[in-house]
Ligand binder design. Structure first.
Ligand SMILES: [Zn+2]
Length: 303
């Protein structure tokens, strides 16, 4: 991480897959939005940042996450194109700016921002992501969630119960899973990267064991019909989530074992403990080597 190119790469992404991400900053330029129908009245919006979940219907327009700030007009336009009124509630799955960047403008436009207690706490003060050598300034007051909760909260909207469940110390310390109980849809936030090694933000309270426990909790919640919106990557089902769980358990187990044998991080990297998984899970955002370094650092920190 010492030289300039790797530092720049590291700055890139709170969390994008594309190579363009390497040049991105906290507010990268807007991209087109692609809308995919998930279930009756429920959509996923792919753009620049974490995947957005959208519920429209008789009661209110409800949004899960809102990508980077420059995306807001395009998100609003995509919602209008579906014939829905402006956003009334935004639920943030966690504090990262590729999931909360739209809070300020959507709040100004009348949306109520809701999140776990720790999301507001972290957004209120500067954050440092050591793994990316990235300092994140405090969010403006208008971007902060105005309703927060500690354990869970339910939204009774559009003919469904949309339940937000806090999962401790997973990707961060403020993650929620969002479960549409009737529609059988789950938004996983960044506890699920579909098709790429995950980022585990230990500097924000995430942990390896917590992430695996969270994935097990999700597997207990879903069945073969459940449609799962990952924080990043394409829409998934139970099979993709099981493959992700298996990859996490196997790779982190190998890394732990090598560290327990007394190998240092360089030797662990040289042992290529993710070799069997890199073809499916290594990506532009986090490749096999970065993933091994990240997990080894987390384990070394007791996380
Ligand atoms: Zn994240």
């Amino acid at each position: 991480m010492g030289n300039i190119p790797s530092f720049r790469q590291a700055l890139a992404p709170v969390l994008l897959f594309s190579a363009q991400a390497a040049l991105a900053q906290l507010a990268p330029p807007a991209t087109d939005i692609r809308v995919e129908r998930v279930a009756e009245g429920i959509y996923v919006l792919y753009g620049n940042g974490g995947n957005i979940g959208l519920s429209i219907g008789a009661d209110a327009t409800f949004l899960i996450d809102d990508q980077f700030a420059p995306m807001t007009p395009r998100i609003q336009a995509a919602i209008a194109e579906l014939g829905a009124p402006p956003v009334r509630f935004v639920l943030n799955t966690h504090w990262h700016s590729d999931h909360t960047g739209g809070n300020e403008k959507l709040g100004e436009a009348g949306a109520v921002i809701v999140a776990h207690d720790n999301v507001r706490a972290r957004m209120s003060v500067p954050q440092m992501l050591e793994f990316f050598q990235q300092a994140v300034p405090a969010s403006p007051p208008g971007a902060l969630p105005v309703i927060t909760f500690s354990d869970q909260a339910s939204f009774h909207l559009n003919g469904d119960e949309i339940r937000a469940l806090h999962v401790p110390h997973a990707h961060t310390d403020g993650d929620v899973l969002v479960h549409f109980r009737k529609a059988n849809v789950l938004h996983a936030g960044d506890t699920f990267f579909n098709g790429n090694y995950p980022f585990i933000d230990v500097d924000s309270g995430g942990s390896v064991a917590g992430l695996i426990a969270c994935v097990e909790q999700m597997l207990a919640l879903v069945d073969e019909q459940t449609r799962i919106i990952p924080g990043h990557g394409p829409l998934a089902g139970r099979a993709e989530l099981e493959a992700y769980r298996d990859m996490l358990v196997e790779t982190t187990g190998r890394i732990r074992a090598l560290l327990a044998e007394g190998l240092d991080v360089e030797a662990v990297v040289a042992a290529a403990p993710t070799a069997a998984y890199d073809e499916r899970w290594s990506g532009a955002f986090i490749n096999g080597e970065r993933y091994v370094r990240m997990v080894a650092r987390a384990v070394g920190m007791g996380k």
